[in-house]
Design a binder for this molecule. Structure first.
Ligand SMILES: C[S@@+](CC[C@H](N)C(=O)[O-])C[C@H]1O[C@@H](n2cnc3c(N)ncnc32)[C@H](O)[C@@H]1O
Length: 250
């Protein structure tokens, strides 16, 4: 009996870091414990912004990226891995009018988004699919989400984005790029932790542009266009690499 308990514990210990849903829920809980009197800061740190000011300016930057890639009033957009609504809150601030759907695996984030953006639709959704009917979306976007998923799950999300996009619709997303000097330190920091036998925290995934182009061709998207993380010619620099691709018009 004791042996079975131990075996179960060991299996649990091995499974836990790979379960993004649990890892993110734990991360949010830890931030809420760290900042018991500042919920906004806890949620900002929950999605990686060190301050509330940064949370807001990064959200405004997200909206600038979306505008650059064609966002206009009246569109239907899907915010995959929307977190607590860094982009959604910025869309509200910007006065954008349209149909917003957000989805995330962490219920606490979705509750917060609903609180901050009444009128926006947001779902807790754990399968690698989009909560949207076929050919109903103008833009599917996600920031710092493929950065935390295994490549196979990225592929499934991209495949389902194609299904849910209208002909002519586009997907825009950010990723950490293997071989990109801007992201090299983050990659090597994880290598050092692993080498030292220390925990690496949330999964960070580094993708290659070639893989994304390969997936785009396989799924029938247009050839992707990339924006380097330091490029500020059309919107504030994003730091992560951005990619955009279109579902061909019918
Ligand atoms: C760094 S945060 C970014 C949140 C939001 N995109 C933003 O920019 O504010 C990463 C988000 O991805 C979500 N996430 C992690 N794994 C996911 C998955 N398999 N499917 C959907 N969302 C996921 C997390 O819960 C978290 O909200």
């Amino acid at each position: 009996m004791a042996m079975m308990g131990l075996a179960r514990k060991l299996v649990g210990a091995r499974r836990r870091p790979l379960d993004a849903s649990l890892a993110y829920q734990d991360h949010l809980k830890a931030m809420l414990r760290l900042h018991p009197h500042d919920r906004d800061l806890a949620f900002a740190e929950g999605v990686g912004s060190k301050t509330v000011e940064l949370f807001r300016s990064q959200g405004d930057g997200h909206v600038a990226v979306l505008r650059h890639h064609g966002l206009t009033d009246g569109m239907a957009v899907y915010d995959l891995g929307c977190g607590c609504g860094r982009t959604a809150q910025a869309l509200v601030r910007s006065g954008w009018q349209g149909r917003y759907i957000g989805a995330d695996i962490v219920p606490g984030f979705i509750d917060e988004l609903r609180r901050k953006c009444p009128g926006y639709v947001a779902h807790v959704h754990k399968a690698p699919t989009l909560c949207a009917d076929d050919a109903t979306l103008d833009i599917v976007y996600h920031w710092s989400v493929f950065t935390h998923l295994p490549p196979e799950e990225c592929f499934l999300y991209l495949e389902d984005s194609w299904r849910a996009l209208k002909p002519g619709g586009r997907t825009v997303f950010s990723f950490l790029e293997i071989g990109e000097p801007l992201h090299q330190d983050a990659f090597m920091a994880r290598v050092r932790l692993l080498r030292a036998g220390k925990p690496t925290g949330l999964l960070d995934t580094f993708l290659h542009r070639d893989w994304i182009c390969h997936w785009a061709r396989q799924l029938g998207f247009s050839e992707p266009s990339f924006t380097n993380g330091a490029d500020e010619s059309h919107h504030p620099a994003f730091w992560q690499t951005l990619v955009a691709m279109q579902k061909p018009a019918a």
